[in-house]
Ligand binder design. Structure first.
Ligand code: DON
Length: 575
């Protein structure tokens, strides 16, 4: 064979082999196609967060060989720079994780009441709560938990050096970044409060309006982040940062001391687990109410043919609202920090208890909230948060929800340190039966005590199917977090939606008190609205519910990110 023929023969053989191989590789793709309406799709890893720059930071960590936990730490610190409305150093949060080998866990880095906090600290002389005291200014802050949380994740689950996880955030803070339109609007909306609750001017305060594309640099914040990079937890809870926090507290009459800061610790907790039609649900235990409430809702819904009724049909919405009334009544009574209050956890998520509790639901008529009492258990008695979801190439999954509580928390910036402090103390029950800013009521279980953690609704959640990772879910939204997570899970499991479609789908919320059903614009047809009104429900419009950042494992093993870019700047990126 001459050399020309030899080359032709080899080329032909090579292309036959290639075509045989590619046919074998392509076979599953022919069997299952990625739906046209899928969100961002990635083969190896996915990050979904509230801000494109933070998502990008997480993606780069994954591509560099970091695991999902490394990426989570880097995303958290990046959000503290580019998304200060909720991303934070001065707040707290919760992690739920599932490792590729099936190990699950959860971390509580919720803020804690300072030692000098007292049960009646937000009541005036007449014994009435003063909302301003628990929502604005220095007294509204609990001891921040975020940095301790990131350090706990780093120590137990991280794989890269701390420096690599902090540096992207430091670079963003030092070199600056451009404001999105949403961020500029947020800064403009709080100028009055910034002025009222701060000692002196700082870079978010200014005479003219902020605009999209304005460049923001945070040099003080960069230095604070560098102290954490170099010293870990003591870099925040001791030394210069602690001094600046305490100085800020003294200047504004706040309660947090050096001892409060030094004693703060993040706590590993056993996640709450349950089942929905064979899927395992893994979520956050108290001091979040999220996991318990979500399991109660799912267990309650399981008995009904919800997919036959149709997504957001009057019958489906009626059932959700009736389940939610009962679940939020239990939340108000039984849930609080388990280190201080004996929460009847096992009973609240026991299926016999839940079925018994839901037995009074009529499918044709609304129950009045005042007729609903908490269940009898044997024993006793807007979008200011942010969630992100990450999956790495090994299959490790992270769900983190973190918050300052309201927009920019207490509105107090620690002068010289460049970060906002939370107003999480408003999540305690200032007085039994008096609603907080989310309309949530509570009592003894969630009363203020020194060192106690305030009850949360944050619901970072992971769903398994057939023993494998299936979904990572979560959202901000105060009291609406639980019901948005509930609906998003059902959107996928019952209504065959992909992740992006499940996130985009219009949401509906109810929470026992007030006796209202909040309906996102265009969530219901006029006919379904009329049916619900006929059943007795009072419908109240809401412009937006939920701002989810979720991930779904697709049938071919790839990942679909669902990021709420219709309600915010949320962005998923995969590779
Ligand atoms: O922990 C909680 O439940 C609240 N502090 C969360 C606040 C929140 O989601 C605000 N965003 N809309």
């Amino acid at each position: 064979m001459d050399s020309f023929r030899l080359v032709c023969f080899i080329t032909l053989l090579g292309s036959c082999l290639l075509s045989a191989c590619s046919q074998t590789l392509e076979a599953p793709a022919e069997a299952w196609q990625i739906p046209a309406d899928a969100g961002e799709v990635g083969e190896q890893g996915m990050v979904s967060s509230a801000h494109p720059l933070a998502t990008q930071v997480g993606l780069e960590v994954l591509k560099r060989g970091g695991n999902a936990f490394d990426a989570a730490i880097a995303v958290n610190y990046a959000l503290a720079v580019v998304y200060p409305v909720a991303g934070n150093l001065g707040g707290g949060g919760f992690l739920v994780y599932r490792k590729a080998d099936g190990e699950i866990g959860s971390l509580d880095y919720r803020e804690m009441a300072p030692a000098a906090a007292a049960r009646d600290m937000y009541l005036d002389q007449a014994g009435d709560p003063v909302a301003e005291w628990s929502r604005y200014g220095h007294k509204a802050s609990g001891v921040p938990g975020t940095v301790a949380g990131m350090e706990a994740i780093f120590e137990r689950l991280g794989s890269l050096p701390r420096e690599q996880l902090l540096q992207p955030a430091i670079d963003l803070a030092e070199q600056g970044f451009e404001l999105t339109e949403n961020e500029a609007d947020r800064f403009n909306g709080v100028q009055k409060e910034f002025r009222k609750y701060n000692r002196q001017d700082f870079y978010y305060l200014r005479g003219e309006a902020w605009e999209m594309g304005d460049r923001v640099q945070h040099l003080d914040l960069a230095k604070t982040l560098a102290r954490i990079r170099d010293n870990g937890q003591p870099g925040f809870y001791e030394g210069e940062t602690a001094d600046l926090i305490v100085e800020e507290m003294k200047a504004g009459g706040g309660l947090i001391t050096h001892e409060d800061l030094k004693e703060y610790e993040a706590k590993w907790r056993e996640p709450i687990t349950g089942n929905y039609k064979g899927h395992r649900i893994i979520s956050m235990p108290p001091p979040s109410s999220g996991g318990v409430a979500l399991l109660q809702l799912l267990e309650g819904a399981e008995a009904y043919p919800v997919s036959d009724w149709g997504h957001n049909s009057a019958q489906y919405v009626h059932l959700m609202v009736e389940l939610e009334r009962r679940v939020y009544a239990d939340r108000a009574t039984y849930l609080g920090d388990m280190d201080f209050f004996e929460v009847p956890l096992e009973e609240l998520i026991d299926s016999a208890y839940i079925h018994d509790r839901m037995a009074s639901i009529s499918l044709t008529e609304k129950t009045n909230s005042q007729d609903i009492k908490p269940g009898e258990v044997d024993r006793i008695e807007s979008f200011e948060t942010t969630h992100f979801s990450i999956v790495d190439k090994e299959g490790n999954a992270v769900a983190i929800t973190t918050t300052l509580n309201s927009y920019f928390g207490s509105k107090v910036m620690v002068q010289g340190a460049g970060f906002f402090l939370n107003n999480e103390m408003d999540d305690f029950s200032a007085k039994p039966g008096v609603p907080n800013q989310f309309g949530l009521v509570g009592g003894e279980a969630n009363a203020i005590q020194p060192g106690k953690r305030m009850l949360s609704s944050m619901t970072p959640t992971i769903v398994e199917k057939d023993g494998e990772l299936h979904m990572v879910v979560g959202t901000p939204g105060g009291a609406t977090i639980i019901t948005c997570v509930f609906q998003t899970i059902l959107n996928v499991l019952e209504f065959d939606m992909g992740m992006q479609a499940a996130v985009d789908a219009k949401k509906i919320h109810s929470q026992w008190l007030p006796d209202q059903v909040y309906v996102e614009t265009r969530a219901l047809t006029p006919a379904d609205s009329a049916s619900l009104r006929q059943m007795g429900h009072e419908l109240t419009p809401r412009s937006a519910l939920g701002r989810m950042d979720c991930i779904l494992v697709l049938p071919n093993g790839w990942l679909e990110g669902g990021a709420d870019h219709s309600r915010g700047d949320n962005t998923a990126m995969g590779y």
